[in-house]
Design a protein around this ligand. Structure first.
Ligand SMILES: Cc1ncc(COP(=O)(O)O)c(C=O)c1O
Length: 423
């Protein structure tokens, strides 16, 4: 006899939790093996660093002494890996103070965990976070899942910030009564998800200056997930960590070893400028998991020590550049420019951010999106990528996982639908 169990009464957080909208799309992708998905931000299987991980595992196994890496570690992460990551950050930001730098790091289960912990440590329900426009939708989900809200900074269509717009934005925010509820600023400042753009150093500096002028010195979360994934050269902007205009702000520089190297190994890290805030975030992380996989971290130590990381990342960069071009060229060949579609050709990252002509609705429940699924191509509807006032004529297309040949077919299918809807 089966007994009916009682329905649990969920907390406010439990009730607010939603399967991300994109998960519905992924489900349809899995149900239809012929569907080519440019939706998920998965990485490229053909450039995953198998040889580097095999070598690292063998080298760990051959080490004398007890296999301490198979034991629990600490919430903060392995000191040696933190020292190595400090050296990497020093390479990107040579003017950062070096003393005891590794003590400012937190190693996480991918950078997504840093984002969650950061918001959890800063926001109460009803609080606000200022975000890019567009922004990374899985971050927007974190904020709304915790009962807070996002407000978009006033970017123009080219991803630039202008002093007059920012002045007006901050003045309006002040008058709205929401000002005191702003608890953080979140920027994806290099080859962003979804727009593939990088924030110019002058704009970043101006933002810090105006926030200070308007007494909004709140923590900055600078997400640099794609900083290493440039195609020909790194973006020249310095991080806010070393810009004088941001010196007074508590900052969390959030990075990952997943996107440029191995998503499956799921190791990320963050560097925090504020000791007290870091201590609290580590306490939260402790309650999440006691610490990121010690073995996974030890493997990364080997990979970095043996030069595997440095040697491999250029291959990954070349792979994404080729794939970006495959999709871009298929869309151009399919006549999208003539139909009035526009997009930038990114200089790094994993995404094309396409703007549809006119008022074409590319949103998840629109006919265009369904027609694409019927044609066999799945994308992320751009309306999911806005912290507020969503626009329904954008599309995020990831060229992370499909091969160049598959991307060409996906581009052709997409263009066929776009041609039909133009008539
Ligand atoms: C902008 C951005 N930040 C953070 C993440 C989280 O990645 P991970 O947890 O693999 O480091 C992603 C993943 O797509 C991303 O696009």
């Amino acid at each position: 006899m089966t007994t009916q169990s009682a329905t649990p009464t969920l907390s406010a957080l439990g009730q607010r939790a939603r399967l991300p909208a994109v998960a519905r799309l992924m489900k349809s992708a899995l149900e239809n093996p012929n569907l080519l998905s440019v939706a998920a931000g998965f990485t490229d299987n053909s450039t995953l660093p198998l040889a580097e991980f095999v070598a690292a595992a063998q080298s760990l196994a051959a080490r004398a002494g007890e296999p301490e890496y198979l034991q629990y570690g600490t919430a903060q992460g392995r000191p040696e890996l933190r020292r190595m990551l400090a050296a990497r950050l020093q390479y990107w930001e040579p003017t950062l103070p070096t003393e005891n730098m590794e003590s400012r790091f937190m190693i996480t289960n991918g950078s997504q965990q840093s984002l969650y912990i950061a918001v959890q440590s800063l926001c109460n329900p009803g609080d606000l976070v200022l975000v890019d426009r567009p922004s990374y939708f899985a971050f927007l989900d974190v904020v709304t899942g915790l009962g807070a809200r996002c407000i978009s900074l006033p970017y123009d269509d080219q991803g630039r910030l202008h002093e007059a717009d920012l002045e007006q934005f901050l003045t309006t925010l002040k008058l709205s009564g929401d000002f005191a509820r702003v608890k953080a600023v979140y920027l994806v400042s290099y080859f962003s998800n979804p727009a593939g753009r990088s924030l110019e150093e002058g704009d970043k500096a101006m933002l810090g200056r105006l926030l200070t002028k308007h007494d909004l010195v709140v923590p900055l979360l600078e997400d640099v997930a794609y900083r290493e994934l440039f195609y020909d050269e790194p973006h020249p902007s310095r991080s806010a960590l070393t810009l004088p205009e941001w010196a007074a702000f508590p900052q969390l520089y959030i990075a990952t070893l997943t996107k440029p190297f191995s998503t499956g190994a799921k190791v990320g890290y963050a560097y925090c400028t504020d000791e007290k805030w870091l201590t609290q975030m580590l306490a939260i992380k402790g309650t999440h998991d006691f610490g990121t996989s010690n073995y996974g971290q030890a493997l990364f130590e080997e990979v970095i020590r043996n030069g595997g990381f440095e040697n491999h990342v250029p291959k990954v960069r070349r792979g994404y550049k080729a794939k970006m071009l495959a999709l871009h060229e298929a869309l151009v060949a399919g006549g999208l420019l003539e139909l009035g579609w526009t997009w930038d050709v990114p200089k790094g990252g994993m995404y094309l951010w396409l703007c549809a002509p006119g008022n074409l609705n590319t949103g998840m429940d629109g006919e265009f999106c369904q027609a694409c699924v019927d044609e066999g191509v799945l994308y992320v509807p751009g309306d999911l990528c806005f912290g507020d006032k969503p626009e329904t004529n954008w599309i995020r297309a990831s060229y992370g996982v499909l091969s160049p040949a598959q991307l060409r077919v996906a581009g052709e299918r997409f263009a066929r639908v776009a041609q039909r809807f133009a008539r």
